[in-house]
Design a protein around this ligand. Sequence first.
Ligand code: ATP
Ligand code: MG
Length: 528
Amino acid sequence: MIKPQINVNPLFTKHASMHKTTIGDTTESDWRLRVFDSLSFPTLILKPDRTVIAVNQRFLERNQTKEADIIGRTCKDFFRQYSDKEHLSCTGAGCPLNKSLISRSPQSTVLKTTTKQGKEIWEERVLSPIFGDDGEVKYIIESLRDITAVKHLEKKYSDVRELIDKVVQSSVSAIMAAGRKGEIILMNQAAEDLFGYAVNDAQNINIEDFYPAGVARQIMKSLRDGNIGETGKLPSTQVNVLTKDKEEIPVEMTAAIIYEDGKEAATAAIFNDLREKQAVQKKLEEAESQLYQSEKLASLGRLSAGVAHEINNPLTSILLYGNLMREKLEKDHPLTDNLNYILEDAERCKDIVKNLLAYSRQTRPSKDDFYLNDLVSESLRLIRDQKLFMNVEIIKDLDDHHIKVNADKNQLCQVVINLIINAFDAMEGTGILILKTYRNRETEKAFIEVTDTGSGIPHDNISKVFDPFFTTKDVGKGTGLGLSMAYGIMEENHGRISIKSTGKKGTTILLELPEKISSSEFPFMSIG
Ligand SMILES: Nc1ncnc2c1ncn2[C@@H]1O[C@H](COP(=O)(O)OP(=O)(O)OP(=O)(O)O)[C@@H](O)[C@H]1O
Ligand SMILES: [Mg+2]
């Protein structure tokens, strides 16, 4: 290519006979002409006033024209003939020739044109100044390069890119990519939704912000570890990620390192939120264990009911005849104490039988409307052994609304009393007892929570505490019927009992009942 610095002197002069152009009259000019003609790019030489003074063979072939049709015309006339006007910047500041003259440096522009055969092509016009001895721009050399193939490739590439962008953006999985320093370079809509960031935040965040401390490093370590899947690829893994609000969310993720020339260039990861899946799984497990518990209790209930009935009759006789004997014995008879022990234990057996019958639902509930807060206050009042309260702070966190339920109040009092006594036992006399009531308007459910700061239920016992006769208390202290009876009563009253939480800091037992909605709560119903 002719360099812009080449000084051409004397001027190009047109040869009379052929299309050939001569430069001066020396032999040196011949090779310059040959070079100009053999340039593989169609090329023109123009004067600063835009008139064409020389045209090479390739240009004539390309335009299927004669030298005479080109020489003396301005490039403006010429390009306007076949250029797509939108891309032609012939005038003013956009004119590449103007720019080259002003900047005294090469300039280029890209044109979309249609050939005489009607074929659409893309050409790059490259214009370079040629200086005279005085340092002024004497000519401009202009070459045309067909860049149609490059343009088609570019278009193909940008179409594919657009498609990939659409696939990434519309994916339901969160997709992110980070550069080598952890800077975020890609984040799709699902990732924005999952993590709570907007694309605009991307420049201020680092991939480490998306994980609890140390996790991002651990993931990178696993990615590079050839023993965990293929090097550079992390098979599906469960981790917790951090949202913008610092909420930890369980996700299933896969990740990969993107290499360029064998070097790590970026990492990409796909995340799927596991919260919904885990919630469904938990509900399923709960339902299964509920069913198992119900079945187990039903068969145990039948057995206990049978035993209770069988014991009830002899027990009634023991108590009857024992009391008759006590009346007959003189006050300081040496056997009085022994008889009292027999009668006390027989009374205890009577209580157990009563509880067993209640548990096995042999007594029908008698339902009434009452307020949940009244139930809590009444249960507290009914606890006979007030010395239990001594070192326990009792907090009543009762809902301001009058939550009404329809159930057997006496039975529910027994349930709440049992829970409170269990809580006292777990705290061994010292701690905080919280009694809370609330409701959920949408599900129309009413709740009572009994929370203590006691020892908690060991993990292995959680599945057993509702079983009849399961107790960890000393012989004679607990029968192990409190919670199983509570379970039976709650079912009978269309409610539920469950362990909401338990651990070293204490236990919360949750009672749930259908709320009785009074018509005054539906303002529309009272209109008219
Ligand atoms: N709030 C609690 N904190 C810790 N453990 C508890 C709590 N409530 C119940 N438990 C455990 O569950 C077991 C069964 O409770 P449940 O009320 O059925 O029987 P109990 O209290 O042992 O005897 P009782 O028949 O006198 O109520 C208890 O022995 C105890 O181990
Ligand atoms: Mg108990």
